[in-house]
Structures are given as C-alpha cells and as structure tokens.
Design a protein around this ligand. Structure first.
Ligand code: GSH
Length: 223
C-alpha cells in the first residue's frame, strides 16, 4: 500500500538469464531512485509446464546459440558466467525447487541475505559447475554466505507453507502470461501492472518508469 513504482523480479537460480538480470538490477537500483524492487523466487519448471513452453535445451540449435549468447553477455557485463557442461544431465535428474524453498525461508529473515545466497547458488551452477540440489550442496552454500543454523534453515524449508509460497509466486506470473525467466512485473504509480520477459528489457522498464537508461555496458563499474 504505497504508490511508489515497484519492480517485482521473479527468478529461478536454475536460469542463467535470471542471474544476468539480477546483477543488472542490483546495479540499476542505485540509479533508479524511488523505485521499490523485490526479488521473488518462483519455479521456472512449473512456468514451462503451465505455459506449454519447452526448456531451451529441448532444441539443440537453440541451446548452442544460448551458450554463445551467455558467454557474450557475461563478457559484456563482466559477470562470472561459464556454461556448465553437466547442465543438461542435471536438469533431467534434479529440480531447483529445494534451493528456491531455502531462499524463501531466508527471504523471511532478511531479503539481503536471500539475495546473497541466490548469487552464491548462481555462482555454483553457472560459474563453477557445482550442484545446488542436495543436502551437502545446501550446507556448502549457506556456509559460504555465513549462515550459522544451516540445519534449521533446511528443516524449515520442508514446511508446506514454503511449497505453497513457491506455487503462489509462480501462479501469479503464469496468470500474467509468463512462459520463461526472469519474469518481471512492474507496477506503476497508477496501480497498473506491466509484464516483461527477460534480462534484456531494462531500457523499456526505464522508459516506462521515467528513470535513467541503463548504461550500455560494464554495469559493474558504476559503483
Ligand atoms: N532474451 C532473454 C534475455 O536476454 O534474458 C532470454 C531469456 C531466456 O532465454 N530465459 C530462459 C527461458 O525461460 C531461461 S534461462 N526461456 C524461455 C523462452 O525463451 O521461451
């Protein structure tokens, strides 16, 4: 109940473009005054299922091009992103759901801690080719960001309310035509909602919110 413009950034840590958009928005939030920004965990696998879309890996030419585009984007933005050779195998075997539920627990405690933990998860899958699916992965992730009561967080994340919250966040987007990640829902001061797909739409969001345009490159050197 505020009439600030708001950006709801829906992401999944399995998604490399969610990582690119996350880092871009982390930089833009210093430039975009008076814009509220929320980072919201959702489940890309369910978005794909609900919308009838297919994951990029389902079409091999698309996958190959995506890996090339990711490398280019990472270089351009100076983001540590290295295509993961095990990714196709892993996504047949695992889901990111448990990792996303851990983020929901942390979000309740401290949104900034949740953001740092999400970044560590992306660094694992999309920079160091490490898993984010099993108990031992979660212990390593939370150790890396300095969380003390790791077991407590993991146990809490198994409560039904986090499964429900993840589904609710996902459904909010699929009702607004979501078919991929990141999905960005922008609410303007008049209360109107505008949806955007992808990490490459911030110039249009800047235009909608009358905010300065993102600099064309090396967002990281702005600070
Ligand atoms: N052009 C977008 C960007 O630069 O961010 C592409 C984003 C993208 O490909 N996201 C993947 C996806 O959900 C997940 S990492 N793709 C669904 C689709 O493209 O239909």
């Amino acid at each position: 109940t505020t009439n600030l413009p708001r950006i709801d950034y829906y992401f999944d840590v399995i998604s490399p473009y969610s990582y690119i958009g996350f880092e871009t928005l982390q930089q833009l939030q210093h430039q975009w005054n008076g814009v509220e920004i929320r980072y919201i965990p959702f489940a890309l696998a369910n978005v794909m299922k609900e919308s009838g879309n297919k994951p990029p890996g389902a079409l091999s030419v698309r996958w190959d091009m995506m890996m090339i585009d990711l490398k280019r984007s990472a270089k351009f933005l100076d983001i540590p992103l290295t295509p993961n050779p095990f990714f196709m195998k892993w996504i047949r075997q695992y889901r990111s759901t448990d990792a996303m539920k851990i983020l929901l627990v942390l979000e309740e405690r401290d949104p900034e801690l949740m953001e740092r933990t999400a970044r560590e998860m992306w660094h694992r899958v999309w920079s160091r080719s490490e898993k984010i699916f099993e108990y031992s992965d979660f212990v390593e992730i939370m150790n890396a960001v300095g969380i003390q009561d790791i077991e407590e967080v993991i146990e809490t994340s198994k409560e039904e309310k986090y499964q429900i919250a993840l589904e609710r966040n996902t459904e909010y987007c699929t009702r607004r035509n979501a078919y991929g990640a990141p999905w960005i829902n922008v609410t303007t001061t008049d209360g109107a909602e505008h949806s955007f797909f992808g990490s490459d739409r911030f110039h249009l969001i800047a235009d909608l919110l009358n905010q300065p345009q993102p600099l064309p490159q090396r967002l990281f050197q702005l600070e």
